[in-house]
Design a protein around this ligand. Structure first.
Ligand code: FPP
Ligand code: K
Ligand code: ZN
Length: 515
């Protein structure tokens, strides 16, 4: 176990912490499924009276912003067009802008050093410390419902930060052995019902730490039989036996099936065999297609609201079934999807929201940001066979904006990454903000030539390559806007684990297509 290094806090600006930070500092564990601890209206009013300044007045913020000249206006000024109708939604949006502006203009980060362009440094050592202690704390009761997830989020984030996570092999195997059920799959803890999301997190965690013991402990035959019970007659998958169904079920199931090279044919006990299904793939792309909404985004189930997290699940699942160039245009209205995805990035905040009329949140750096490489791969289809490093379609979102949001607004003072300023950092947001930041630094490219190749039939996900874009290089502008110290490792665009972990898993199991 590493010893805690000395904090390298650089006090860059003469300002002390803003009252906002002191007022709303709370402790405790937050996972994304809990409601966000946003500063609400009452708190805003309390803040105005204590501080004596109105946080909704731009001037008050800007007068104190010493470094603002270094930051482009796009990230320091209000959007040029404002609807005059005031609603709860518009007030929340106004408030979040005011919470982000001091951070974006480099006046709010009292503890981070900023570069010449007003972008704070990545507080690597603090985040590493935060993640190691999160794994350490995962033994306690509050983590009972998310333990495999906490391992996955922490291990993925530590890998991105360049830490060697093999040291966790033994502990991960022990923890997850207790979660595995004889009837197949993993629950969140000992004696808990198997769930496809915890099974996904468990399988990915075992792949990340590596070692023969880790991957060999997975009961593949039981897992295959259990997954057969999740397959539904509309083509999708439920999350647990007899439980709800949404696109997470489809993505998590297909991730497990393809990474572990489980047979695609449904096990004999699968209920949908009686409905004429023979394969896990039957009706699946058509089901995902039905989840695209009138807005162009993708919802958790047909006839529901489009959300970035479900969009990633559906796109990644389609890219497991086949190549992006074949699957995405065939099953989705791509222009409409691109339009909706583009609307997820906000200015001046720079980050992504998960859905229309909602707020930016660091975790969508991955859920929304992770959709883009998959779409770009579909759009670059005609060119990829030539070169993987000079794509025709460069990034369709502002990488600079996202980088600014992540580094300015999502880094908690004492380590860990958060949803937005004044929320509590957690492993979930640390994982997905760093994954999003990493995707601005590396270009993922589909390199396969055809859909089905010899050997295991689901090969598409194993035909991706990664190349470095360079430190914080904006693919569209060709300019550097960050520095090399923010560079992170890269992740596989579909499995969201380090490339080596994917290769290890595929290498082992694609040879073992029989149990
Ligand atoms: C809304 O939360 C969130 C959702 C509707 C989807 C959550 C799903 C995930 C995070 C994806 C899980 C993926 C896997 C692979 C298991 P909210 O209302 O608190 O947030 P919002 O205001 O940003 O929409
Ligand atoms: K949220
Ligand atoms: Zn979030």
């Amino acid at each position: 176990m590493r010893t805690k290094p000395k904090r390298r806090k650089v006090i860059h600006k003469s300002r002390s912490r803003t009252p906002l930070r002191q007022l709303h500092r709370r402790d405790g564990y937050e996972n994304h499924m809990a409601s966000d601890r946003a500063v609400d209206r009452d708190e805003q009013e309390e803040l105005i009276s204590r501080d004596g300044t109105d946080p909704l007045s731009l001037e008050a913020t800007f007068d104190q912003a010493e470094g603002r000249l270094q930051v482009p206006d796009l990230y320091t000024t209000l959007p040029p067009i404002k609807d005059t109708l005031t609603t709860d939604t518009s007030v929340s949006q106004d408030n979040i802008i005011q919470r982000c502006l001091p951070h974006l203009s480099a006046s709010g980060s009292s503890v981070f050093s900023v570069n010449g362009q007003g972008i704070p440094s990545l507080e690597r050592e603090n985040h590493i410390d935060f993640l190691h202690s999160t794994i350490e704390n995962a033994r306690y009761i509050p983590y009972d419902s998310v333990r495999p997830w906490v391992l996955y989020w922490s291990l993925t984030a530590l890998s991105l930060l360049g830490e060697n996570v093999e040291t966790y092999q033994q502990r991960v195997v022990e923890t997850l052995s207790a979660c595995q059920n004889l009837g197949g799959g993993f629950g969140a803890g000992h004696g808990q019902l198997s769930h496809v999301a915890t099974s996904y997190a468990a399988v990915l965690s075992l792949a990340i730490v590596g070692g023969s013991e880790s991957l060999d402990m997975i009961g593949r035959r039981a897992l295959w039989r259990w997954l057969g019970q999740l397959k539904q007659s509309d083509g999708g998958f439920s999350l647990c036996v007899g439980g709800e169904e949404d696109v997470r079920g489809a993505y998590c199931s297909m991730t497990i099936i393809s990474l572990l090279a489980l047979p695609l044919e449904l096990p004999p006990n699968a209920p949908t065999r009686a409905r004429g299904f023979a394969s896990f793939l039957d009706g699946l792309p058509e089901y995902l297609s039905r989840c695209q909404t009138f807005e162009g985004g993708i919802s958790g189930r047909p006839q529901s609201e489009a959300h970035g997290a479900y969009a990633f699940c559906a796109l990644a699942c389609l890219c497991i079934i086949g190549s992006p160039r074949e699957m995405l245009p065939k099953y989705l209205d791509l222009p409409l999807l691109i339009s909706w995805l583009s609307s997820r990035q906000h200015a001046p905040e720079g980050g992504f929201s998960g859905r229309t009329n909602k707020l930016v949140d660091g975790c969508y750096s991955h859920w929304v940001g992770g959709c883009w490489p998959l779409i770009e791969a579909a759009m670059n289809a005609s060119q990829t066979s030539g070169s993987t490093t000079t794509p025709k379609i460069r990034s369709w979102y502002s990488q600079e904006g996202l980088t600014r949001y992540i580094l300015s607004c999502c880094q908690a003072d004492d380590g860990g990454m958060r949803d937005k300023p004044n929320t509590i950092p957690d492993a979930y947001h640390t994982c997905y903000t760093l994954a999003g930041l990493s995707a601005t630094q590396h270009y993922s490219c589909y390199s396969g030539t055809r859909n089905a190749e010899a050997g295991y039939p689901l090969n598409s996900a194993f035909h991706w390559d990664s190349s470095k874009k360079g430190p914080q290089r904006d693919m569209n502008k060709g300019e550097d806007f960050g520095d090399a110290r923010t560079m992170l490792g890269s992740l596989h665009p579909i499995y969201v684990i380090p490339w080596g972990a994917v290769e290890r898993c595929h290498g082992l199991f694609s040879q073992k297509t029989r149990f």
